[in-house]
Design a protein around this ligand. Sequence first.
Ligand code: DC
Length: 223
Amino acid sequence: MTKLRIAIDGPAGAGKSSVSKLLAERLNLSYIDTGALYRCVAFEMIMNDIGLDDEPGIRRILADLKITFKMENGRNLVFLGGRDVTAQIRTEQVGMLASTASALPFVREALFAMQRRYAEKGAVVMEGRDIGTVIMPEAQIKIFLTAKPESRADRRMLDIKTAGGQKDYNELLDEIRRRDDQDTQREACPLRPAEDAILLDNSQMDLEQTAAFIVDIAKKKGY
Ligand code: DC
């Protein structure tokens, strides 16, 4: 039997990472967060003061990019050139720039090969925006995970509050909508469901129910 490959795509805040981590645990798969790759590029751009119009500068970043992942106590640690950047790449500034930079075809092309290496290994759950359509079209299970912008804003708000932070709800909702627009309307590999993807709106489902739904599909396929 070919190794299981699961593609999880969807907009920001739909719970792709949390669900993917649970799937990796329960189905014994490695977990690849492809958004982290785009975030690392954006993070390097900010650290080195490289603008979106500086193609040679961005190309240099891409050529030197060394990203590794490590699962530790249920957390997916991201290392950039050996340095732990897990927390630094999660800011809204990095997320927004990652979204803008990801619309550049040469950025996507450079990250394609890296992602294909993970896909080819198999026994993997990969999450992002174009996994089912471009990166891993051979995946046996493709889920397009979505939730209403308000549900996603509620969840994000809870995360922020739990971490002791504060944020204006309407501003958050606005950021979510802007990122949705940017990710779905770009020309290069826009966010859209693969033709053979299962659409899963989890606005009314919790993490456990969402994961159980997908594990069930894998079991029915014999995994
Ligand atoms: O999933 P995330 O929020 O960490 O991703 C950050 C940005 O990276 C997202 O807004 C769009 C881009 N991205 C992409 O274009 N393709 C992917 N496979 C993953 C992320």
